[in-house]
Design a protein around this ligand. Sequence first.
Ligand code: FSO
Ligand code: SF4
Length: 538
Amino acid sequence: MNPHKMFCYQCQETAGCSGCTAAGVCGKKPSTSGLQDVLVYSTKGLAWLLTVMRSGGESAGKELNRMVRDNLFVTITNANFDDEKIAERIRKTQRVKKELLDSQPVLREAGRKGLLCEAALWAEEETVHPGAGVLATEDEDLRSLRELLTYGLKGMAAYLNHAEVLGEREEAIDAFLQKALAATLDDSQGTEALLGLALEAGKYGVDAMALLDGANTKAYGSPEITRVNLGVRNNPAILISGHDLKDLEMLLEQTEGTGVDVYTHSEMLPAHYYPAFKKYSHFAGNYGNAWWKQREEFEAFHGPVLLTTNCLVPPKESYRDRVYTTGAAGYPGCVHIPGEPGEKKDFSALIEHAKRCDPPEELEKGEIVGGFAHNQVTALADQIVEAVKSGAIREFVVMAGCDGRSRSREYYTKFAESLPGDSMILTAGCAKYRYNKLNLGDIGGIPRVLDAGQCNDSYSLALIALKLKEAFGLEDINQLPITYNIAWYEQKAVIVLLALLYLGVKNIHLGPTLPAFLSPAAAAVLTEQFGLSLPEGI
Ligand code: FSO
Ligand code: SF4
């Protein structure tokens, strides 16, 4: 248990738009928050050691690279609420640090020269430390930039984790992630240096999303236009949520021929767009909406639910025994299915559980259309360019990002409804549930809402913008008729935002509120240099 007072302001729903201090709006308890702070602190120390080793010519090795990423991933909003599991991670990380400090001459040398920070030198197997937590940095602006960078790196770590389960990793991205993470504890790094690192994180964020995009398409083919069923069948079923496509693949393989159907929830919807999953006749459709509706929707589903990543809402007692977690996700009392990258996970407990359950209750009927990732849009490029030249398409509006429970997000539905019929919405992430079931029609046969996929597929949206720039022979991406109205919630949205800034996108509207972790001075820099602002009329 951490003796420090809880303070967390990493997501958009933070209490009073300033910080959760008594309990998380997300349901995170002070004990969990304290342990997550210590895990982040311990991991920053490990990242410092690995960075020093790398500069001395020693490679960190893929196990330790993975440890840094996965430790960050479990501290993302709505991923892991299991104190015991988080404490275990801290102890393991501390043991690794001790082993490195004892065995690596380059670290002993750095230690003698005073080049190791307190977190790097801290190697006791404890789960408390006074240096942990956001408020350990007293200066408001320094704290703001340290957290902006830390949150962007958490998002990047999540995408790298997904790429690694598909066998793809890139040492240069891990090296940057660790260097930047260590820099958040380095008192010689002032606000300007940290802002520079945050923008550089945007560059590596693009690389991480490209790596994941390549891993997904190599494993499952390029997303293609697909109609996804929203209704239900009369069979017992498993619902899968989160972002991990490898988990879905293993679940589909293991459920085949068992009489148990599989449905997607929230961010798993885009899995339907991949050719590789279309061969499974029991892959029945998408059930429900964005993550925050899960308390009613999981209840109505009747069968077991597999959470492969965030966003997990603390489950109600009535269905808690049907919630299973895997990967970075965790919740006390819910069964966790183990399995490291490359290992086969055993989902037989869910399959047996499903057979004892009623089929899902129907929430809606009909279909939605998606699958407009960069390859598919490139195939339509001539048609789209023609439509722009003829004036049939006057504007593209990028409405990617996250959904959330605040009332103010109704704005996004109204905004989509009020756009003129010659504007096209490009989307990715769970933000789409605010408008993907509206009947917004099409332009010359192309739907007005083009869904590229999960939040990480925002990369596709950036590629589409770059292709349009090329097609129109423009110098600057900002000359395109595109506006950006991004909704954010958790830390993956932070890396997406930094990636867009790195790509030179200006005048992004970010809502429904600006991040509480941006100090007035940090917000002013982003406003002045990049034209970042809240959307009008929110
Ligand atoms: Fe949404 Fe949650 Fe995908 Fe996030 S389900 S909010 S940005 O985890 O990662 O879009
Ligand atoms: Fe609050 Fe968000 Fe932190 Fe949860 S993740 S404690 S809601 S700021």
